[in-house]
Design a protein around this ligand. Structure first.
Ligand code: FE
Ligand code: FE
Length: 163
């Protein structure tokens, strides 16, 4: 990462999360399809729709910063998605597998929360208030998704006990 200024750092971080979100647009339908629990499946479908909006928001952010909307491969997200697909391939659909999928999904949401927190604060520091606000909106949705996954885990784990 060759960054000499804070603005450059912000743009680099945005490229990373832009790529990460695009990877998720591809991965979330697979997670939805693999979910055994109907509510979990619906949750992944909802977050799939939100994630497409996250991509669109980042494009707005790049525009506001007068930068081309360009991603840069995010190896961390690649790894997290790889872990989730290993789960999907290794087992038949079950509540236990759902519990494992939730674990992988929550790791993904936490990665996103960390990334959005960082860029939100960078934007605030740079006086890019509109950008900061847009990023905060996405950060809030990632947080909500994480909470929904925690709630889903309670149901799924309970079901797994009697499987
Ligand atoms: Fe997202
Ligand atoms: Fe997310």
């Amino acid at each position: 990462m060759s960054t000499e200024s804070l603005k450059e750092l912000l743009v680099e971080e945005l490229k990373d999360i832009y790529d990460a979100e695009k990877q998720l647009v591809k991965a979330l339908p697979k997670m939805a399809k693999a979910s055994f629990d109907e509510e979990l499946k619906a949750g992944f479908n909802t977050h799939f729709e939100e994630t497409k909006e996250h991509v669109a928001r980042l494009e707005r952010v790049f525009k506001l910063l007068d930068e081309p909307a360009k991603g840069k491969t995010c190896p961390a997200m690649k790894g997290l998605i790889e872990e989730s697909s290993e789960v999907l391939e290794a087992k038949e659909a079950s509540s236990v597998r759902d519990a494992q999928i939730i674990g992988a999904a929550q790791r993904i949401e936490h990665y996103e929360m960390a990334a959005y927190g960082t860029v939100r604060t960078l934007a605030e520091t740079l006086g890019e208030d509109e950008v900061a606000e847009i990023l905060q909106t996405t950060l809030d949705e990632e947080g909500e998704t994480d909470k929904r996954l925690t709630a889903a885990a309670a149901t799924v784990n309970e079901a797994a006990l009697t499987e």
